[in-house]
Ligand binder design. Structure first.
Ligand code: FES
Ligand SMILES: [Fe+2]
Length: 388
């Protein structure tokens, strides 16, 4: 059990309009012991968005993902449903799949001694299996010696997995978070995210702690400084003081802006269900611990973070469009370029910050200005989880 000191003042003064409030101390962003506590108490306990279901189209298609300290396989079964398992052979523990993704031919076969599992995880075959017994002399149970299952839910077209023995409520923690941010349970349904197609995917290997990426996404104090293209499209983001509204309320496109594109030109075909009050607006939602959803009238930008180490996070970003737009080969470059550039600008800022986390100058942390005060709730949440 790790003992973690919180260098913030025990009783932080109540924040008012002009108050600076303390952040987490630098150790939270670079100490491997804290990262391990986060893996244990956050990533291995909560619902974690693992993979796009459509990437696993046919039976046997799999994706290997890192969830906390575990390697997890998400696999399309023969019945068409997705399953998830720990990527560990029940014989002597060899990793079943070492590739990040692929398709197996009917079974998952361990390359070490050839124990073979059905796509539903049951042990199907092993050399001399018929003549083997367990310690009590009973025949080997194909379920008991099957792969260890992991809870899985599909929502918005993604497979979300949870390693907890008793997973928390998906409806409350995931669906409820999105509904609360949008102020309406049906608002996200209008975008039909599950039925959209991936028009583009970019994977970023970011040399920064996962929390720096979340904190950056939660505030727009930086927008005027580093996002010239974004603030052209969303002029209110140029106002650092108004920018606390970045999350949730739906930022209005500029008057001359025709679409959410790099040059403000018109986008592609709009998503049919988007309502009049969602038109010409940008919504951003953070779903702890590893997802950002950004909604605009003609596409959805879906970020998944995979924390790999205290100072490294892989971010996979999907640009999702109406399927017909992708199938017809419409030009997506102008809309992809806008948020790709935002991503690069944001991740550069996070990488610029990461090395300073171990500096003595940041041992007691930094400060949050008023438009960033809501990040304090995230810090309190992390600190509570880490201290256990
Ligand atoms: S470790 Fe997998 S078959 Fe032996
Ligand atoms: Fe940003």
């Amino acid at each position: 059990m790790t003992t973690i000191d919180d260098p913030r003042p025990a009783a932080a003064p109540a924040a008012n309009a002009g108050t600076l409030v303390p952040t987490l101390g630098g150790q939270y962003y670079c100490d491997p012991a804290i990262f391990e506590a986060e893996q244990d108490r956050i990533f291995e306990q909560m619902w974690f968005c693992a993979a796009r279901g459509a990437d696993l189209a046919s039976p046997g298609a799999f994706r290997k993902v890192q969830v906390g300290r575990e390697s997890v396989l998400v696999v399309r079964g023969r019945d068409g449903a997705l399953n998830a398992f720990l990527n560990v052979c029940r014989h002597r523990g060899a990793m079943l799949c070492t590739e990040d993704a692929g398709t197996v031919n009917r079974h998952l076969r361990c390359p070490y001694h050839a124990w073979t599992y059905d796509l539903d995880g049951k042990l199907k075959a092993a050399p001399n299996l018929g003549s083997l017994t367990d310690a009590n002399g009973a025949r080997i149970s194909r379920t008991e010696y099957g792969l260890v299952p992991v809870a899985l839910r599909e929502w918005l077209g993604y497979a979300w997995v949870c390693l907890a023995d008793e997973p928390p409520s998906f409806e409350t923690d995931v669906v409820g978070t999105v509904s609360a941010r949008l102020g309406d349970a049906d608002a996200v349904e209008n975008y039909g995210v599950g039925g959209l197609s991936v028009g583009r995917r970019v994977v970023y290997d970011v040399k920064a702690n996962w929390k720096l990426i979340i904190e950056n996404f939660m505030e727009c104090y930086h927008c005027a400084t580093i996002h010239p293209e974004l603030t052209e499209v969303l002029p209110e983001f140029a106002d650092g003081l108004a920018a606390q509204y970045f999350v949730g309320h739906g930022a209005l496109f500029g008057e001359q802006v025709q679409g959410f594109t790099i040059d403000g030109s018109a986008g592609v075909d709009p998503i049919p269900g988007v309502s009049a009050d969602q038109d010409r607006r940008y919504y951003a939602i953070t779903v702890r611990p590893n997802v950002f959803v950004s909604l605009v009238p003609d596409h959805v930008i879906f970020h998944r973070m995979y924390p790999m180490a205290a100072d490294r996070t892989i971010v996979e970003c999907d640009w999702l469009y109406v399927p017909d737009v992708v199938e017809r080969g419409m030009d997506l470059d102008r809309s992809v370029e806008l948020f790709h550039r935002v991503n690069v600008q944001d991740f550069d800022a996070c990488e610029r910050t990461q090395p300073a986390m171990s500096s003595r100058a940041y041992r007691a942390g930094g400060v949050l200005v008023p438009s960033e005060h809501h990040i304090g709730d995230f810090h309190d949440w992390v600190a509570d989880k880490v201290r256990g």
